[in-house]
Design a protein around this ligand. Sequence first.
Ligand SMILES: [Zn+2]
Length: 76
Amino acid sequence: MKCIKCGRDAYHSRNTEAVELENGCLLVIRNIPCYKCRECDEILYTGDVVQQLEQLTAMAKRMAQELIVVDYTRAA
Ligand SMILES: [Zn+2]
């Protein structure tokens, strides 16, 4: 996996994302598998992971809670 910003090698890592939804809910997703650039710390996700994140976001929108914390490794 190469960094889309600087083209250097990216190594496998895990990331936490916090997304604020339109309904005011803060969605926190932990342990997301990602690639991280050695040079610029850019985070890259594979297509599968992006799809899964979209599904989790759609699910969170229906829950109408102020704060939702999801562990990716358990949700996927
Ligand atoms: Zn980079």
